[in-house]
Design a protein around this ligand. Structure first.
Ligand code: OOB
Length: 541
């Protein structure tokens, strides 16, 4: 009962916070479903989504989402239910999201790369009533995973498979010929629309409740800053359940202006370049390691990518040297994006000079975004000095879902999110990301909570003690290196990776390097000297 009370207080506070921005005239009171209704009315037969041979117009997208909403309802799914969605980039993903938005059920945006450990944790936290997976993707059989998960979590009443399935309900079967029950209420603008995942710093992924109005604002304002129009063609190359390709401006922002979204299954240059040429893509988003890959590929690949006007890069630090190569090599503008699933988005603007674009991570999307930069003692950092970034604003959350204790640490009393990012601000308000205070590794834009991996490594029978550190890496930006104290020399990288796979850890969270050490190098105050470990990791590579 106490939990239910806390939960209802949490949602009431969330709605109030968003309502205040609506009352101030800053944010419009709209739901994502109402947005789609407007877009379908305005853009009608214009192509909304392209996925291989399947092209959906705005009208067809709306119709399909209505049918799926009815199908979900017939499966007993309704307002306030959570649905675990783990789909690769596809039209079906978008249809499903809008169907869930219509009935007020909340998609939990899992990534295709997630494996049993994360999926389990998400189920424990959010008690989803349904789990949606592809039949298989990139050689991995998701039905086996779904069977395993649903056996352990009786909350999951329905597994829905996008593709072929012998024993589960399929996505195609969800398209109902019977309409939604007429009395089906719509959620309100300040209700939760979806739950994004946070990279986090602890053992369990945190759920980020984004409301209809704030997420619509996020996408629509981003589309404006990115100069998007009905002529824009967006390539969804990064995994679409991530905030960046979903709404910054991503899929939702593109749809808001009547543009066309093209789905890529992977972000590699081979698939992406061909799609850019075929569909005349004008804008896309990448993380820095992929941008580097594209730069290399452009040296020999003659595919015509001249339609590309804007390349957004964000998710992890972009080296200035790489930033300066984008326009000369790829022939498009660079836009740096510093964002977070928790909310705040910073963009360099399209008219900015090259110095600003190459050396900063942009300025906040909205004038209502509040930024504080604090010195280690908690006082405001001197102008131009680096400190921890705290933020609050119309589309930034004030708490994670069901994480009362963690929220006390991650948010200030006044509702500022403590990002754990070390930034400084230029005189004209642009942010430069200098580093990070949080215990996290940023591996090619994917976030790894150090505590989570160390806890699991400590369970390895041959590991007496362990420390995981980020190491600068040419290809990934950062790789992870595990230092272990162990009596068994056979406890090597391969064996440890196998152990972690068995424990349901996805590949990207597993150490890339493993080093044995006899005892910890210590700092003068007696802590493990991570800088010394960093040196060792580089020397031994
Ligand atoms: C994006 O979102 P998340 O939630 O996966 O990760 C957020 C964290 C930030 O707190 C920061 O530590 C890091 O990722 N980050 C960057 C960065 N963009 C994000 N660090 C350095 N430079 C950048 N440009 O990563 C995300 C969400 C929306 C748009 C873009 C990225």
């Amino acid at each position: 009962m106490a939990t239910e009370k806390n939960e209802s207080d949490f949602f009431a506070a969330l709605a109030d916070a968003k309502q205040s921005y609506i009352d101030d005239g800053l944010m419009k009171p709209r739901t994502l479903w109402q947005c789609l209704e407007n877009w379908a009315r305005d853009y009608h037969q214009h192509t909304a989504l392209v996925d291989g041979d399947e092209r959906l117009s705005y009208q067809a997208l709306k119709k399909s989402a209505e049918q799926v909403a009815a199908g979900l309802q017939q499966q007993g799914i309704g307002a306030g239910d959570t649905v675990l969605v783990q789909l690769p980039n596809s039209n079906h993903f978008v249809v499903l999201c809008f169907a869930l938005f219509r009935i007020g059920a909340w998609p939990i945006m899992a990534m295709p790369a997630h494996r049993e450990k994360d999926i389990n944790a998400l189920c424990q936290q959010a008690q989803p009533v349904a789990y949606v997976v592809p039949d298989s993707f990139l050689g991995f059989n998701y039905q086996v995973l779904a069977d395993h998960i649903s056996q352990q979590h009786p909350c999951i009443r329905t597994v829905i498979v996008d593709g072929k399935s012998k024993n589960h309900f399929t996505f195609d079967q969800l398209h109902s010929s019977r309409p939604l029950a007429t009395e089906t209420p719509q959620p309100g603008p300040t209700d939760v629309a979806l739950l994004l995942l946070s990279g986090g710093t602890t053992g369990t992924p945190k759920l980020i409740p984004r409301t209809h109005a704030d997420y619509a604002f996020n996408a629509i304002e981003s589309a404006k800053v990115c100069g998007m129009s009905s002529q824009s063609v967006y390539l969804a190359a990064l995994p679409v359940s991530h905030n960046f390709p979903l709404a910054c401006p991503g899929i939702l922002g593109t749809l808001s202006v009547g543009g066309k979204v093209v789905m890529a299954k992977t972000a590699g240059d081979d698939e992406a370049f061909a799609l850019i040429e075929q569909e005349k893509v004008t804008i896309t988003a990448l993380v820095p390691p992929l941008a580097k890959l594209w730069l290399e590929a452009k040296e020999w690949d003659e595919t015509d990518i001249s339609s590309l006007q804007v390349l957004q890069i964000g998710g992890s630090r972009l080296e200035e040297k790489v930033a300066r190569q984008i326009t000369p090599t790829l022939g498009c503008q660079l836009q740096q994006v510093f964002g977070m699933a928790e909310g705040l988005l910073c963009y360099t603007r399209l008219g900015d000079d090259i110095e600003t674009v190459a050396t900063t991570q942009g300025k906040p999307l909205s004038t209502a975004d509040q930024i504080r930069i604090l010195a280690p003692d908690g006082s405001p950092a001197a102008p131009g000095e680096a400190g921890e970034l705290l933020t609050k604003g119309p589309y930034t959350i004030k708490g994670y879902y069901l994480a009362e204790e963690h929220n006390k640490k991650a948010f200030t009393q006044e509702g500022f999110y403590q990002s754990g990012d070390l930034v400084r601000q230029t005189a004209n308000g642009y942010l430069i990301v200098e580093g990070r205070l949080k215990e996290q590794i940023n591996r090619a834009g994917e976030k790894i909570a150090i505590a989570e991996i160390e806890e699991l490594l400590a369970e390895h029978p041959d590991v007496i003690d362990c420390v995981l550190i980020p190491v600068p890496d040419e290809r990934l930006g950062e790789r992870s290196c595990a230092f272990v104290i162990s009596d068994n020399p056979a406890c090597d990288l391969q064996q440890v990776q196998q152990f972690l796979t068995q424990h349901g850890l996805p590949r990207y969270k597993q150490p890339d390097q493993l080093e044995h050490i006899a005892m910890w190098p210590l700092t003068t105050v007696g802590k493990v000297n991570k800088q010394a470990l960093n040196q060792l990791a580089i020397e031994n590579d």
